[in-house]
Design a protein around this ligand. Structure first.
Ligand SMILES: [Zn+2]
Ligand SMILES: [Zn+2]
Length: 280
């Protein structure tokens, strides 16, 4: 298997470092990566911001703006050319799945499909019981304040999350030949140690297996994301090794993703995760 990082960010994240894309690429080359997908957060639908609740900072810093998109595109093009003899760089986006904005998202993807090679499709926002749309991975306080009832009864939180993930897989992107990966399938566990989240019970595990079957049917891939290892309250990959194993067994390609928001995060845990996958 070629050494590939399928999920990386840039300075356009607004919540990562200001390091230049060139620095990321040069470090990836140094680490021996042969393929690198730049997957910055795609701009969010403008109406979405009116419904968003949670910290102001999370709202502003969740994604690129529409004005930045063409600059990002040019940046990726520039490094593709600059490093073409050293590494294969692909143009990608991390796209939010938002149930209420499916048509806007599809429209956005149609407008940009010609230059996008690969997409990471992710759930970062969930409606809570008051139908507010809340970020689940911004900080533990936001999650526990807006999902108070669900956090007391984590099965409800898991159900809400996997319902959205399931819808994200069903979602008709309208894309025909763009590679699509489902992002960090266990992100809801990001603060598991702090919130004392239990293991998934049989009901949730079955739901996840159904989602994997849908991923397989859609010919999607799975983002095998290293970021959780470095999060103080998580300590695992997204998804966990157990789920990754089930995915591999049904033939879903797992693609390593550092989800790096700074240069130093590139390549972390690659060997451990890659060895695990190769030895199933
Ligand atoms: Zn993400
Ligand atoms: Zn990401």
């Amino acid at each position: 298997m070629i050494k590939k990082d399928g999920h990386t960010h840039t300075q356009f994240s607004h919540h990562g470092s200001e390091e230049k894309l060139d620095q990321y690429i040069e470090y990836a080359i140094e680490l021996g990566f042969k393929e690198y997908v730049v997957t910055e957060h795609a701009p969010l639908p403008s109406q979405f911001f009116q419904e968003f609740v949670g910290p102001k900072d999370a709202q502003i810093n969740s994604a690129m703006t529409n004005a930045e998109l063409p600059i990002y595109r040019e940046e990726v093009k520039r490094v593709q050319k600059k490093y073409k003899n050293n590494i294969m760089i692909k143009a990608g986006l991390e796209v939010d799945y938002l149930q209420k904005y499916e048509s806007q998202t599809r429209e956005f993807l149609q407008e940009n499909k010609d230059w996008i090679d690969e997409i990471v499709l992710s759930v970062h926002f969930l409606p809570n019981s008051s139908s507010d749309i809340v970020p689940i991975d911004y900080d533990p306080e936001t999650l526990s304040n807006y999902f108070m009832r669900e956090c007391r009864e984590p099965k409800k939180l898991f159900e809400r999350y996997y319902e959205a993930v399931s819808q994200s897989v069903q979602f008709d992107t309208g894309l025909l030949d763009t590679t699509i990966r489902i992002g960090h399938l266990t992100l809801i566990r990001k603060y598991q140690k702090l919130l004392n989240l239990p293991k998934f019970d049989i009901g949730i595990s079955d739901k996840i297996l159904n989602i994997l079957q849908d991923i397989k049917r859609k010919n999607y891939q799975l983002d095998f994301n290293a970021a959780g290892f470095s999060k103080p309250y998580n300590g695992e990959s997204y998804p966990t090794f157990e789920i990754a194993e089930s995915a591999k067994k049904i033939g879903i390609p797992l693609i390593y993703g550092s989800d790096a928001h700074n240069v130093a995060a590139l390549g972390l845990h690659f060997d451990e995760m890659n060895n695990f996958i190769e030895n199933i």
